[in-house]
Design a protein around this ligand. Structure first.
Ligand SMILES: [Zn+2]
Length: 159
């Protein structure tokens, strides 16, 4: 069972801004969505850009950066509910993405933005990304595009 994410448009804007920053350097970008549980859903409260290194086809978070993220999660009482990263071309989960995903809990969500987010806006975000969720058997399974808007709910209100 995947816990739906409630995501304000601002979160998407901030995520795309980092994706474009990376794209301008011809590099992948990484954004972590930090959430807080609220009833049956998780509210995404921050689009957090960790300290990471990136190239055209890869990103990497060093162990000391990972520790800084964990400290930040403790102080903000949040958890990583989704990771978002960009690709130079097609959006898919590569073998490396499977292996090096930062989120590892069941139901964790991973979004991959194609073409370094080129030409993408907040409105078309969900249509463009490829989405995956970590299954109980520890496999990244694709979330079908039809069902994605119910799992990543982009809305203004705190409903
Ligand atoms: Zn990737």
């Amino acid at each position: 069972m995947i816990r739906p994410l409630i995501c304000k448009p601002d979160i998407i804007d901030e995520t795309l801004a980092e994706v474009w920053r990376g794209g301008a350097k011809n590099c992948e970008a990484l954004v972590l969505w930090l959430g807080q549980r609220s009833g049956d859903v998780t509210k995404v409260v921050e689009a957090y850009v960790p300290d990471y290194e990136a190239r055209r086809d890869q990103f990497h978070v060093r162990p000391d950066s990972m520790r800084a993220i964990m400290t930040y999660l403790r102080t903000t009482r949040t958890h990583i509910c989704a990771q978002v990263h960009s690709h130079p071309g097609r959006a898919f989960h590569s073998h490396v993405d499977d292996e090096w995903a930062i989120v590892r809990h069941q139901g964790a969500i991973s979004l991959v933005v194609p073409n370094f987010g080129s030409g993408l806006g907040t409105a078309g975000f969900l249509d463009a990304v490829a989405a995956f969720a970590l299954s109980a058997t520890d496999r990244w399974e694709q979330i079908l595009p039809d069902t994605l808007p119910a799992i990543v709910r982009i809305q203004d209100a705190d409903a």
